[in-house]
Design a protein around this ligand. Sequence first.
Ligand SMILES: [Zn+2]
Length: 339
Amino acid sequence: MRDTDLYTRILGIEAPWHVSIVEVDMADREIVVQVGRKAGTKLCCPICGKESPGYDSRRRRWRHLDTCQYKTILEANVPRVECPEHGVVTTSVPWAEPNAGFTAMFEALVIDWLKEASTSAVSRLMGLSWNAIDGIMQRAVKRGLARRGQICTRRLGIDETAFKKRHDYVTIVSDQSGGMVLHVGSDRKKAGLKEWYESLPESCLQAIESVSMDMWPAFINATLESVPGAQEKIAFDKFHVAKYLGEAVDKVRRQEHKVLMAEGREDLKSSKYDWLYNQANMPPEKRRNFRALRESALKTAPGPSRNWLCRCGVTSAKPGRARPGSGGYRGPCVVVSNR
Ligand SMILES: [Zn+2]
């Protein structure tokens, strides 16, 4: 079998394309596969698919899977057409996506490796820049989103996560029913989340029954302005409710302890963690000793209501309504998350 026939077959190249020349560069350990196009075959606009007259062609190169230990490059003159509707556009080739410098098979291999190893490892072992890997990932995400289509979920989850040592945040929107990430925003601002909401059809916005989130004002405001009836649908994650309430109780305890100490009283001394403790998990003896303090007239004493609020998220058959007492947000009544 001739080398051109061999490469035509192993690359899966079909008419009107064919492998015309295979060159081996022993010094650079590189194989260049020249792919030609049969003259006179019809050309189509890649946007509308209509047959269009040829305009010119551009020389293009794509990195393909290695041949043994040799880096393998595909080269071809890709025709451009002059579409009456879309102007001069480059036609598509069957082995790569538009504007990609790699064949589809090479990109699939990179994606497989990225599932197993870090970006820096893939970059080092495959001789790719971070920008090249990012481009491959972006195209894979675009293909995946196109395949997935529109998803309407009843239960949304919105969270933020930090990267680059907590200097930057991204917004992650997920379908809590299916556990699928629906959107990743490049920041945690209101405008970004609103833009995503606006990309949804009205029927999907109407279908949303609950939106679970922390108390980040940008998420709250974007949701209030975008989701019909959001005031009854926002569910604060109980972890964040407990965290803010715990901080509020501790702040009151510290202030009151200072005042009491000035009067020579040590009622609240060494009680910091008693107030923050989940009563259900407190050892019986400790709970008995703490009861007197909890039921006293101290300002810190409303603490038990905090425990009720935090517990309701896990003990109620249905999420109950509650108003968080602190935490920077004093908006409408909310439902404490049941997750
Ligand atoms: Zn066109």
